[in-house]
Design a protein around this ligand. Structure first.
Ligand code: UGA
Length: 447
């Protein structure tokens, strides 16, 4: 049985490789020739642990093939997964142009008995009101009767995408006809996870709402962190205590400099825009968004409170990706931080173990360094922006090249702040403020 995956971005490629690992023959389709040629070589176009290795295995044992011809892929596959991007438009709503274009191409060679699976994240109603009419009118076939249409959202996190695909928290399948939902669910028979079959708009909603809830948890933790700083309480300890209530849970209550990436900010704005079109003002989600816009600047304010004017100061940013362990800089909080530092007159140096090159494209004006030591050399202050393990292990000697040894721990990663303060390194941390009164521990995990 062959499965085609249309769109070899992060979600499509990971899904395809994971399905090949489960024993299916997978055909990857993308119109981007550069991307295809890198995949042909067994190299993922982005950094993701395990992906290259599993891709190479699939290529070697020929369970993975690829090409750019959608129509041919549709003709030779029983299941066609659409995993094209649905970026955010200027007004905040989802841009469906790639999805609709791809649906048109699929419809041209659609024949009876196929099952189309939408994996792209879309606002509720998109599949039934926008995708199905195209598939039906361009193919002359009837959805639910001649071909199956199913929504199967993904819940994988970058940096652990293969694990999340093979050991998911749940599998959700929304379908027009139950039998097609069951057929798609049976693809995952070897995976032990809670499984739920719903209708299509419900599955679409589950995906968006999940990301919006995670975003809201983070903004909530960040608001509380800002309060904790004022009263000398450690937000890490507070959330450790709060999270012990299993109705609340500890995950995604790590205060920091806000959430970035290609998913949480985009899905939040998509659901707000979607609700606006339904005359509903989602005040809670708007607040989540506004807390998130302000939070990165908290690091810059903390710097200024100690250093005074930032004009002429050299500031290092450690961690440029949107989170640790990835090379993805989409919506990274490092961007508003660097931009604000520059606008307040500072010179900015940056370092990231994986994302230097991508960040340089985003902000060519800042100077990127090959190591922590190089980034800190001559700096008047530094901001830790991601939870990289190497930042958690920073020792006294790592700061020796700084002109002024002052650190903002924006992600609460420093494991022994007390040890560093004892050596005269001044540390301020989100949700803690002045570490002269350090009682907390660092190194919380966003996983
Ligand atoms: C997110 C969701 O976590 C996945 O479940 C979902 O499948 C995915 O979006 C998607 O829609 O494709 P991802 O974008 O990889 O995954 O990133 P997360 O690990 O969720 O982190 C997002 C941001 O939140 C990062 O900037 C991270 O630093 C921040 N974060 C996370 C916090 O500030 N605090 C936390 O406690 C957790």
């Amino acid at each position: 049985m062959r499965i085609s995956v249309v769109g070899c971005g992060f979600v499509g490629l990971t899904t395809g490789v994971a399905l090949a690992h489960l024993g299916y023959r997978v055909h990857l389709v993308d119109i981007n020739k550069n991307r295809l040629s890198s995949i042909t070589e067994g190299e993922s176009p982005f950094y993701e642990p395990l992906l290259d290795k599993m891709l190479m295995t699939g290529l070697k044992n020929k369970t993975i093939t690829m090409g750019s011809d959608i129509e041919k892929a549709v003709k030779t596959s029983k299941f066609i997964i659409i995993a094209v991007q649905t970026p955010v438009d200027k007004g905040g709503s989802s841009n469906l142009s790639f999805l609709l274009k791809c649906s048109r191409s699929i419809a041209r060679s659609l024949s009876a008995g196929k099952i189309i699976i939408i994996k792209s994240t879309v606002p509720p109603g998109t599949t039934l009101n926008k995708v199905v009419p195209i598939l039906e009118s361009d193919s002359g076939l009837k959805a639910g009767k001649d071909f199956g249409i199913v929504m199967n959202p993904e819940f994988l996190q970058e940096g652990r995408a293969i694990k999340d695909t093979l050991e998911p928290s749940r599998i959700i399948v929304g379908s027009l006809k139950k039998k097609h939902g069951e057929q798609v669910m049976s693809l995952f028979h070897s995976i032990d996870a809670p499984k739920l079959i719903t209708d299509i708009p419900t599955a679409e909603m589950i995906k968006l709402v999940s990301n919006c809830f995670l975003a809201t948890k983070i903004s909530f933790a960040n608001e509380i962190a800002n309060l904790c700083e004022k009263v000398g309480v450690d937000v890490v300890e507070v959330m450790d205590g709060v999270g012990l209530d299993d109705r609340i849970g500890r995950r995604f209550l790590n205060a920091g400099l806000g959430f970035g990436g290609s998913c949480l900010p985009k899905d939040l704005s998509a659901l707000i825009a979607f609700s606006r079109n339904h005359d509903l003002n989602l005040r809670l989600l708007k607040a989540t968004e506004s807390v998130n816009s302000a939070q990165p600047l908290r690091a810059v304010d903390l710097l200024e409170e100690t250093l005074g004017s930032l004009k002429g100061k050299k500031i290092a940013i450690l961690g440029l990706a949107f989170k640790s362990g990835v090379d993805d800089v989409r919506d990274t909080r490092a961007l508003p931080i660097a931009t604000e530092l520059v606008s307040r007159g500072a010179t900015v140096m940056g370092y990231d173990p994986l994302a230097n090159e991508n960040f340089q494209k985003l902000l060519p004006s800042i100077s990127l360094k090959p190591s922590i030591k190089d980034a800190l050399f001559g700096a008047d202050g530094c901001i830790i922006q991601t939870e990289e393990k190497e930042f958690a292990k920073l020792r006294q000697q790592d700061f020796s090249g700084m002109r002024n040894r002052f650190v903002i721990d924006g992600r609460r990663v420093i494991q022994s702040p007390k040890k560093l303060t004892d050596f005269g390194i001044n540390i301020k941390a989100i949700g803690l403020g002045d570490t002269k009164s350090v009682r907390g521990k660092g190194g919380s995990s966003a996983k």
